[in-house]
Design a protein around this ligand. Structure first.
Ligand SMILES: C[S@@+](CC[C@H](N)C(=O)[O-])C[C@H]1O[C@@H](n2cnc3c(N)ncnc32)[C@H](O)[C@@H]1O
Length: 221
């Protein structure tokens, strides 16, 4: 029986961290993305499609207990894993909300964040390995934009076909993306180059992992 992407993340949420090839492959992109952001103690970060919260340890190291992480995901099961992670670590600065990033209404979500004790708008917005699962991803990008403050830093980490010496890895990368329900051809990081200023580009694993960070231009909502 073929599982939809949403069903995959329901059934496999408890095993996601184990199966996600974090150490050999995907963690490399995560640390590059977080490393290229100018984060300060006390910042509030929105993590769109946060999954089990694999970004949270890196982010907590940078924003500290006075900062805040707002994680949004469509899957209650993935959020349950993120909640367990926060509880295990004793982080009381994590707000988790269940919503579909492509259909949610930003003003409503912003009000929910404020109700949960956060700022309605975040100074940093991230989407790691998540926009390529969202269809249409442009709607999710628009919501990320709406839920961040003017001149916020935005970061996207996602996947494409490996190239150069890593071309033989293409079939493996395709299988990994298929298993995760990602569309390897959509290249959602292009939105950062299109809409932001001070754009920084990085990549890892033969170009399979694409990292972009940028800043929302002043005056553009
Ligand atoms: C491959 S996981 C990545 C999780 C995490 N960002 C990471 O870096 O490990 C993709 C996540 O996106 C979530 N997702 C997929 N479509 C979504 C949507 N339309 N709205 C919100 N979350 C979505 C899935 O539930 C899943 O947790």
């Amino acid at each position: 029986m073929k599982r939809s992407s949403a069903e995959k993340y329901t059934a496999f949420a408890p095993f996601y961290d184990l199966l996600s090839a974090e150490h050999p492959v995907y963690g490399a992109g995560r640390s590059r993305l977080v490393g290229s952001l100018a984060l300060s103690a006390g910042d509030q970060i929105l993590d769109l499609g946060c999954g089990t919260g694999l970004n949270f340890p890196l982010l907590q190291n940078r924003v500290g207990p006075g900062g805040r992480i707002v994680g949004i995901d469509r899957s209650a099961q993935m959020l349950a894993q993120a909640r367990k992670r926060a509880q295990r670590q004793g982080w009381d600065n994590v707000i988790l909300l269940q919503a579909d990033a492509t259909t949610m209404v930003a003003s409503e979500v912003s009000a929910q964040i404020a109700e949960a004790g956060g700022h309605g708008l975040s100074g940093i917005g991230l989407a790691t390995y998540s926009l390529s699962l969202m269809s249409p991803w442009e709607r999710a990008w628009e919501n990320l934009w709406q839920l961040t403050s003017p001149e916020a830093q935005l970061g996207v980490l996602d996947m494409q076909r490996p190239s150069g010496l890593s071309t033989p890895m293409i079939p493996l990368a395709r299988v990994a993306c298929w298993l995760g329900g990602a569309d390897i051809e959509v290249h959602p990081w292009t939105a950062v180059g299109r809409d932001c200023v001070d754009v920084r580009a990085d990549s890892a694993r033969g170009g399979h992992l694409q990292v972009r960070t940028g800043v929302k231009p002043a005056g553009r909502r």
